[in-house]
Design a binder for this molecule. Structure first.
Ligand code: NAD
Ligand code: MG
Length: 390
């Protein structure tokens, strides 16, 4: 029986993973080692009961008594806080999904790699902030990283046995988010509610706003660079409003292969769950004839400065990824709280990168989690101090 752990089980990706496990037989088909969540204790306990989880963890220590109450009468042990998350990640499981949002996913994800586990990674922030550390840790322990971000799952499936030297470039697609067709001058006044509506994907609020600002795609370019060891200049972004083609690989012989599918995260999660096999999933088959038209365009970096910043981060190296991710998280917090305008986020992030460059942040890649977290804090501080704040 396959043993599984879901870090961030109560989020959008976590719910899709839970749905898949239930579909495949639930507690009779999987041994659930640990489930973690945040403030939604009722849902975490419900999932733990359904999957007969051995351990349930809330990230918030003040909610431990509530979690214990909610799990009364079950065999599930309740834990909380960073130690609880570390315990969930450290316990042996055949397959662990990291579906926590933000840099909070870093420590537990690295813990899985430390034990040489299989880590299915939805938490792109792990690779953006600590790419070199992740790669070095996996190489040392024999851990296996599997992509769950849809574009990266697509690239993974496209590259298969292909020789890396034969790749001319990789394209990942972006829907263009909520503001693709907005006139540029309107963007500054975009509200949180407007930025929180994605045209095609149903996701957590933070990644949805990151899709509108294209910071999500910026993170994904860096994620692809780190995951597949593809040079930055060979990674492209294509605006593709229908979100049917997820990625494309172009080869030296002039041919290109593309990965297509309906926008449903259960494909990428299920692919990682069953890898290296391909098994039936409760995902709709693509009907191209009824879709009719697929369109593509080049992204306008004037509209989306996040894409330019991603290129600067990859060129800089060192701790630039950690600073970039953290500054983006701070700027997003500030936008959600009404302290920054939508278009100010990129400026605050740029300021944080410049400040880190002045402190020698790009000289070498962080070699430990503590170093990554130091640069993470520096990035947040600098973004929060940006002078253009309202
Ligand atoms: P979400 O906000 O819906 O869920 C996040 C999960 O993390 C929840 O279980 C929450 O309780 C937990 N969490 C939040 N803060 C935490 C903290 N400080 N410590 C520990 N746990 C915490 O997010 P999501 O949309 O499911 O995204 C999760 C990750 O997957 C992100 O990295 C996102 O970029 C990536 N991703 C998401 C999608 C998608 O379709 N939603 C697609 C591709 C990649
Ligand atoms: Mg994606």
């Amino acid at each position: 029986m396959k043993s599984v752990t879901i870090l961030g089980a109560t989020g959008s990706v976590g719910e899709s993973a839970f749905d898949l496990l239930q579909h495949e037989g639930g507690a009779d088909a999987f041994r659930t080692v640990a489930l973690t969540g945040g403030r939604n204790i009722a849902r975490l306990a419900e999932m733990a009961r359904a999957l007969r989880a051995e351990l349930a963890v809330t990230a918030w220590p003040d909610l431990l008594p509530d979690l214990r109450d909610a799990l009364a009468g079950t065999q599930t042990r309740a834990l909380a806080g960073p130690e609880g998350l570390a315990e969930a990640a450290a316990r042996e499981a055949d397959w662990t999904l990291s579906a926590i949002v933000g840099a909070a996913g870093l420590a537990p994800g690295l813990r899985v790699l430390e034990r040489g586990g299989v880590l299915a990674l939805a938490n792109k922030e792990t690779l953006v902030a600590a790419g070199r550390l992740v790669t070095a840790t996996s190489a040392r322990t024999g851990a296996r990283l599997l992509p769950v971000d849809s574009e990266h799952s697509a690239i993974f499936q496209l590259l298969g046995h292909e020789d890396r030297a034969a790749i001319r470039h990789i394209s990942i697609t972006a829907s263009g988010g909520a503001f693709r067709d907005w006139p540029l001058e309107r963007l500054a006044s975009a509200t949180v509610a407007q930025a929180s509506c994605h045209p095609n994907w149903s996701m957590g609020q933070r990644i949805t706003i990151d899709s509108a600002s294209m910071f999500n795609k910026a993170l994904e370019i860096i994620e692809a660079h780190e995951f597949f060891d593809i040079p930055a200049e060979r990674i492209r972004v294509l605006i593709h409003p229908q979100s049917i083609v997820h990625a494309m690989a172009s080869f030296c012989d002039g041919s290109s292969t593309a990965h297509l599918g309906v926008p449903d995260m259960r494909h990428a999660i299920g692919y990682a769950l069953n890898w290296p096999e391909r098994r039936a999933l409760p995902v709709e088959t693509l009907d191209l004839a009824s879709i009719g038209t697929l369109t593509f365009d080049r992204p306008d970096e004037g509209r989306w400065p996040a894409l330019r910043l991603a290129r600067e981060v990859m060129a800089a190296g060192g701790a630039a990824g950690a600073v970039f991710n953290a500054a983006k998280e701070q700027a997003l917090d500030d936008f959600i709280a009404g302290r920054l305008r939508f278009t100010d986020m990129a400026q605050a992030v740029q300021h944080a990168l410049e400040s880190a460059a002045g402190q020698g942040g790009f000289a070498r890649s962080p070699a430990t989690l503590d170093e990554v977290l130091d640069w993470d804090r520096a990035g947040r501080r600098a973004a929060a101090a940006w002078k253009g704040r309202a």
